[in-house]
Design a protein around this ligand. Structure first.
Ligand code: HEC
Ligand code: HEC
Length: 365
């Protein structure tokens, strides 16, 4: 850095008028573990942040327009729940970034859930599901085979399902659904497995890849403001925010699990997170790194919903977490100026697109 600076002074003396350009380029290069990243719209060194063109999907459940449309209907259909009142969208609402806006997810038939409802944006690019990664696929998640989450099976807390088949039976009997299933999954019976497949297909279609950040990556220099570009620098720079160590390209997640020192971890009977599934000391109080596109819409944040705003998230990281027992070694108090903190928040806002009123599906009869 010092050497660059001296070179820059020399350059300034020699070329006079070109200073601004030279200075700009110089300060736009950051070194991440030996890799040179140039912070310029469209620069080749940044293209790994763009999501791959193809949406990951399993061999036995390839996406089709019919499957996505069918899954969308079921996702929004409260008749799937035993109460007939809760749909997936009750807790994963399009107008709330496909989350529900509550710290602990709401539940219509009882107490609040301990965990925050995660956004479903770009969920296809995750490799394990739920905050502790208990579900290996979206199909499995929807079925709730190992868990309560979004379950179609008996005992689902979220859906209030006590007799799993009640909702499935309701769906199965509707002529409108029978047609849709015949088109989407011809040759397969309408069962909870097929329902889960349709839901998963719909969830995979919830892709965000045209945020201001993405447009900037593709070369539109005006898509992000200078503070947002600076926020990206802070986000990437291991000596500043160090965020990209875990929120890595392209989906802002390493699909890993980390204890980031939330206050909740210091409480008696704290949620042990990943440790429940993987009894390794490092996994105590560790939760999955959430992806961040459209994060501006899905407040509150963290698995316990303890951060109301993105500013609070940044403050948490600046403090280096609150409870330090079993803290990830990648979490250290940060020395960021007020400007850098604000820019980090602005950058995360550049990961969101304006909300367009959702065109809710018509439910079959
Ligand atoms: C009462 C609220 C509620 C309802 C209803 C609900 N969910 Fe969830 N969902 C949650 C919560 C809370 C979690 C996090 C659970 C955990 O980590 O243990 C979650 C997690 C998920 C995840 C994991 C996302 C990820 O990236 O890891 C998916 C996918 C999901 N839900 C889909 C669904 C589907 C499909 C339905 C309907 C069949 C549904 N949910 C119904 C609250 C709800
Ligand atoms: C050690 C890995 C790691 C680092 C470094 C890290 N994060 Fe995180 N981030 C996580 C994990 C894990 C979670 C979820 C933790 C939880 O809820 O228990 C998270 C949650 C978040 C959330 C909440 C998202 C949501 O949907 O609830 C935001 C926003 C966020 N981080 C931004 C940042 C920023 C900005 C930085 C840099 C200042 C950063 N992270 C650094 C791993 C990390």
């Amino acid at each position: 850095m010092k050497k660059n600076f001296i070179a820059l002074i020399a350059l300034m003396v020699v070329c006079g008028a070109d200073i601004a350009v030279a200075a700009n380029t110089e300060f736009n290069v950051i070194d991440i573990n030996g890799q040179q990243i140039t912070l310029e719209a469209g620069h080749p060194s940044l293209q790994h942040w763009l999501l791959p063109a193809e949406i990951p999907q399993p061999e036995n459940n390839k996406m089709s327009a019919e499957r996505v449309a069918l899954g969308e209907k079921i996702f929004f259909d409260p008749r799937l729940s035993v109460s007939g009142q809760t749909s997936c969208a009750s807790c994963h609402a399009p107008e709330r970034g496909w989350a529900d806006g509550f710290p602990g997810s709401m539940r219509l038939m009882g107490e609040r859930m301990a965990r925050n409802s995660p956004s479903l944006v770009n969920v296809a690019f995750n490799s394990l599901y739920a905050w502790d990664g208990k579900n290996p696929s979206l199909e499995d998640q929807a079925l709730g085979s190992q868990s309560m989450t979004g379950s179609l099976q008996a005992g689902s807390k979220e859906q209030g399902i006590t007799d799993a088949n009640l909702g499935v039976e309701r769906i199965r009997k509707l002529a409108g659904y029978q047609d849709a299933f015949a088109k989407a999954y011809s040759g397969e019976t309408v069962s909870k497995e097929t329902i889960a497949k349709a839901i998963a297909s719909f969830e995979r279609s919830l892709v965000s890849r045209d945020t201001p950040f993405d447009r900037w990556l593709r070369g539109d220099a005006a898509a992000m403001t200078p503070p947002q570009v600076n926020g990206f620098r802070v986000f990437l720079d291991p000596t500043k925010g160090n965020c990209a160590t875990c929120h890595s390209a392209p989906n802002f997640s390493d699909n890993g699990f980390h204890n980031i020192g939330l206050k909740q971890w210091g409480e008696p009977n704290a949620d042990v997170g990943r440790f429940k599934l993987k009894a390794v000391a490092a996994m105590k109080g560790a939760f999955r790194t959430p992806p961040l596109r459209e994060v501006g819409h899905s407040a509150p944040y963290f698995h316990d919903g303890s951060a109301a705003r993105l500013q609070d998230v940044v403050d948490h990281y600046v403090r280096g977490g609150d409870v330090r027992s079993n803290l990830s070694p990648n979490l250290k108090p940060l020395s960021l100026t007020d400007q850098e903190r604000a820019d980090l928040v602005s950058f995360m806002q550049a990961l969101s697109t304006p909300y367009v009123p959702y065109d809710f599906p018509r439910l079959p009869r």
